[in-house]
Design a protein around this ligand. Structure first.
Ligand SMILES: Cc1cc2nc3c(=O)[nH]c(=O)nc-3n(C[C@H](O)[C@H](O)[C@H](O)COP(=O)(O)O)c2cc1C
Length: 493
């Protein structure tokens, strides 16, 4: 196999000092990434479930015409036309009406779902890159594996500069990106519960030739950054035949999903995982790898950036500070409510080890009216209509089934053979996170709207400082975050 076509060290552009983290679902939308990339820092869009996000935006009437403008540049014209015809609702679907859903992923997604996913990732990156030459990345969760080849290919078609992967071991992602950037067929091995070593390996496969008729479009290999929480994993990845181009080292205070503690499964009174010195990443070992790395988790201050640079990092990845900026996709009412708590110095963010169906600890902001409120959680009738976190499993008759511990308990355990105890306390991240980005599903029959679920990191010190620097603005901007963290003086007046 010829070597991957990543730019050589000499031709590689200077690495960015600030990476705006890819925050799902749709919190790091194209508006935020575009605003950051315009400033020459790395703007990252979340690549999580973009096929749902894009189709919902179209059903809201595509305000501003952005999705259709981007689709007009999508190389597969028939697919773009079909998507607009299937999902665009002129003027919007209207309050209280349900969104039409897209089919959930399987190990063999049909061609329509493949092209929808490719198109949705193309659109998000296209819009993030529009109007400037700054660098744009896309973030995927390794655990959400069935859509990955299609999602990556869509981002490549739009000329994405960085593919960033966390939540699991991303060892097979650099070579997947290499193959797809040559328009070669590429597969990703899937974790299937109940599969034994005697069973055949199950892969989800994308062959770009299935999508285009005729000439393959031109694509360039972006850099691949792996999100890690240990030096051991980084060293293992660096020794691959096709290694990542750098690392983001994420501490447990970061927002979203966190790596579980490396030691025994200890929790505090609130059920939060307890981390200890075993979870501190050995930066000496990381430096010795020789690839660039960025530090994430409580680095969103000028001191944080200086601390990271002093440790030999290329810079920092920031989440929370950007999540509450005006350009983020977080619903404005939720942003206001949490910023009011921050102004009082009273934002409660709990790390919950039960909530996420993935089994990873997940940070949840305590906000009234959202799923952090026990009454709201109890009142929600379980329904699994998006299935982004469904896991494939081997059924008794040897076929592949799909289940998620946040789905209705009877379906999960009685019908699909999962352990009933595994459903305790699980939250539907799919519906909750879409709702927090203003894309809540309405259950038309009973007028119920899916409640939101908000995640954030546990360090709001940068957010508070930014609010104090910009007292007359409802929300500070992404550019304000960059100016503040880069150390520019506070504005006068
Ligand atoms: C609202 C929110 C959502 C996030 N979602 C993701 C995600 O989908 N994938 C991911 O790799 N990291 C995610 N993160 C983590 C950030 O990308 C970043 O690494 C982290 O927030 C850095 O820590 P900080 O919040 O203290 O700056 C999220 C963070 C926040 C605040």
């Amino acid at each position: 196999m010829p070597p991957p076509t990543t730019p050589s060290a000499e031709t590689r552009p200077q690495p960015p000092r600030i990476i705006q983290g890819g925050m799902g679902v749709a919190i790091s939308g194209w508006q935020l990434a575009n605003a950051v990339a315009r400033r020459g820092e790395l703007g990252v869009v979340s690549g999580t479930t973009l096929e749902v996000v894009m189709t919902r935006r179209l059903q809201l009437g595509d305000p501003g015409g952005h999705v259709r403008r981007a689709l007009a540049h999508f190389p597969f014209r028939d697919a773009a036309d079909r998507i607009v015809e299937d999902y665009f609702v002129p003027g919007g679907k209207g309050d209280g009406k349900p969104f039409k859903n897209v089919r959930s992923f399987t190990v063999e997604p049909d061609l329509r779902l493949q092209e929808l996913t490719v198109a949705a990732n193309f659109v998000e990156v296209f819009l993030a890159k529009e109007g400037h030459n700054g660098p744009v990345g896309i973030n995927y969760l390794r655990k959400i594996e069935m859509p990955i080849p299609f999602a990556v290919y869509g981002a490549l078609l739009a000329g994405v500069d960085y593919v960033i992967v966390g939540a699991g071991n991303p060892q097979d992602i650099p070579s997947l990106v290499t193959h797809l950037s040559r328009n070669e067929s590429a597969g990703l091995s899937l974790r299937v519960q109940g599969l034994t070593s005697r069973d055949e390996d199950i892969e989800v496969i994308l062959d770009p030739a299935d999508l285009h008729d005729g000439d393959a479009p031109n694509v360039r290999r972006p850099q691949v950054l792996a999100i890690v929480a240990s030096a051991d994993l980084a060293i293992g990845l660096a020794n691959l035949a096709d290694p990542p181009d750098g690392f983001i080292v994420e501490a447990p205070s970061a927002g979203g999903h966190n790596a579980p503690p490396r030691g025994p499964r200890n929790t505090d009174d609130l059920g939060q995982p307890i981390y200890d010195e075993r979870d501190h990443v050995d930066l000496e070992q990381l430096r010795s790898i020789g690839l660039p790395f960025w530090l994430a988790g409580s680095y969103g201050t000028p001191e944080g950036l200086q601390r990271a640079l002093a440790e030999g990092a290329a810079g920092v990845q920031l989440g929370t500070a950007f999540a509450f900026s005006s350009e983020s996709g977080l619903d404005a009412a939720l942003k206001r409510a949490i910023l009011a708590q921050a102004a009082e110095g009273d934002v409660q963010v709990h790390s919950n080890w039960r909530a996420s169906p993935t089994g990873f600890p997940f940070r949840i902001v305590q906000v009234e009216g959202t799923l952090s409120d026990e009454n709201v959680y109890e009142d929600r009738r379980r329904v699994c209509d998006l299935g982004v976190l469904r896991m494939p499993y081997k059924t008794d008759n040897g076929s592949i089934g799909y289940r998620c511990p946040a789905e209705p308990t009877r379906a999960y355990s009685d019908i699909k053979g999962g352990r009933a105890a595994n459903t305790d306390g699980r939250l539907c991240l799919c519906n909750g996170l879409l709702a927090s980005a203003g894309l809540a599903q309405n259950r038309a029959k009973n007028g119920y709207e899916e409640p939101a679920l908000v995640t954030a990191g546990s360090d709001f010190s940068g957010v508070r400082e930014l609010m104090e620097r910009h007292p007359s603005d409802e929300f500070y901007t992404a550019a304000d975050v960059i100016d503040y963290v880069s150390g520019s003086p506070a504005p006068i007046g």
